[in-house]
Design a protein around this ligand. Structure first.
Ligand code: SF4
Length: 445
């Protein structure tokens, strides 16, 4: 065990569909939606770890599971050396005093029927703060005093104690949420998209406030955001998430100056820059949609969108053409090519070869699919036209990628690690690659 304040080990959170009483009576198998799948990370005392990724990749579920606001399906979360999933009621209550959360939406996270004073005071009431009662003043007076101090500290005024949330702007409401999170003097705060609902100028104020509060109270943060500029502004280290898994971890500086995972590179590439050349920059966006967490891709989960997916050894095939070939192969595998009435649809005369025309239509990259790959795809399409889908599939199995057979993993114990076959991999992954039916390209490590 290290000196980390928070250690997360193999954290999984699955949600189950088709798991109602009726489904069980009908013996329907439940379907797991793998929102978080095997996360490992730690956060040092006083550090800010950023968790970044596209919407729906499992960031918020991770934050809530780390605080045990949702029960984990599997795994451990150690807080100050103790697993929060083994804690009894008393220990869990003490953990709740030391760990807090600031929610994303400052409009819905405050009760409109409570004054902001009552809202910030609520955690103090729940935890019967202060524990020692050696003061001359009553507990209620001490709580009111504490709330007014907190409101002042987050940039509001103690005089606003009796006002209601609707009387405040979005930025002010987020300050109220921060005051509530700090009420019990926590050590650890999860910041779940704390600025995403705010105007840009207000975002900067809230980020500066969080920075100041961290220095003043020695706080440790887990900052969840899809916004790389927010991450860059405030984080010491960054963990990049994709489809429920962490794909790269490094210091903030290394992530932005030397990204290693193709997904991280794509995220950084998609950020607009403030330069006069920006208007002519061709921003390379990721193709395709994020796959469903109900049925994530085999091997590397990013492979269906990866611009660097690894072709088989000695295939001597251009990267862009290879991705198109994989797309055709996947459509054949899922029978997702409607070949009925194709001849009429393509307005062909009878002398033309139908399989050739289908290949021409499907391969859209500017780079031509070279021989012998083009002939192989043509044969597969011809087999599909004959309704022999199995033959069509088998003709293209030689184009399997190592990325779809073996899951890459993060190298343990390194400051900068990425789960990608293009960067050095742990021995277990290298062994699995050696046993794989696909031979990876030369240069693979
Ligand atoms: S393992 Fe393959 S598919 Fe995954 S990120 Fe690396 S190159 Fe892309």
């Amino acid at each position: 065990m290290t000196d980390s304040l928070v250690e997360v080990r193999n954290l999984q959170k699955y949600f189950y569909e088709q798991d109602s009483l009726v489904d069980r009576l009908l013996r329907t198998d439940p379907v797991a939606v793998k929102a978080v799948d095997g996360l490992e990370f730690e956060i040092e005392q006083g550090e800010t770890l950023g968790l970044v990724g596209e919407s729906g990749c499992g960031k918020s579920t991770t934050g809530e599971t780390v605080l045990r606001l949702q029960e984990a399906t599997e795994g451990e979360v150690y807080f100050d050396g103790s697993n929060i999933y083994d804690m009894n009621r008393t220990e869990l209550k003490e953990f709740r005093r030391r760990a807090a959360i600031v929610f994303q939406d400052p409009f819905s996270s405050l009760d409109p029927r409570m004054t902001i004073g009552e809202t910030v005071k609520q955690p103090l009431d729940v935890h019967d703060w202060p524990q020692d009662d050696n003061h001359d003043t009553s507990k209620d007076e001490q709580k009111t005093e504490r709330v007014k101090d907190l409101l002042n500290r987050v940039g509001l005024s103690g005089d606003q104690f009796d006002r209601y949330p609707h009387e405040f702007s979005g930025g002010q409401r987020q300050r109220i949420g921060i005051a509530r999170a700090l009420a019990l003097d926590p050590d650890f705060v999860v910041l779940d998209e704390p600025t995403s609902a705010l105007d840009v100028s207000v975002q900067a104020q809230i980020l500066n406030l969080l920075d100041d509060l961290q220095s003043e109270f020695g706080l440790t943060y887990l900052l969840i955001s899809h916004d790389l500029s927010v991450i860059r502004h405030i984080c010491d280290r960054v963990a990049v998430m994709y489809l429920g898994e962490i794909v790269e971890v490094a210091s903030s500086q290394d992530i932005f100056s030397d990204p290693q995972h193709p997904y991280t590179k794509a995220l950084l590439e998609s950020v607009p820059r403030v330069t006069i050349t920006e208007r002519v920059r061709d921003i390379k966006t990721l193709s395709g949609d994020v796959p469903s967490p109900r049925n994530p891709p085999s091997g590397c989960r990013f492979r269906t969108r990866c611009p660097s997916v690894i072709p088989p050894a000695n295939s001597n095939i251009d990267q862009e053409a290879y991705r198109e070939l994989l797309s055709i192969r996947n459509r054949i595998r899922s029978r997702d090519i409607d070949l009925s009435d194709t001849q009429e649809f393509l307005e062909m005369d009878e002398t033309e070869d139908l399989a050739d025309r289908v290949v021409e239509t499907m391969v859209t990259s500017e780079l031509t699919l070279s021989e012998p790959h083009r002939s192989r795809v043509r044969e597969a399409i011809a087999a599909a036209l004959e309704d022999d889908w199995e033959e069509a599939e088998s003709l293209l199995t030689e184009y399997d990628s190592i990325c779809e057979h073996v899951s890459p993993a993060l190298q343990e114990g390194r400051d900068h690690c990425a789960a990608c076959h293009l960067v050095e991999q742990p021995p277990a992954v290298v062994d699995a690659v050696a046993d794989s039916p696909v031979t990876p390209q030369d240069g693979y490590e």
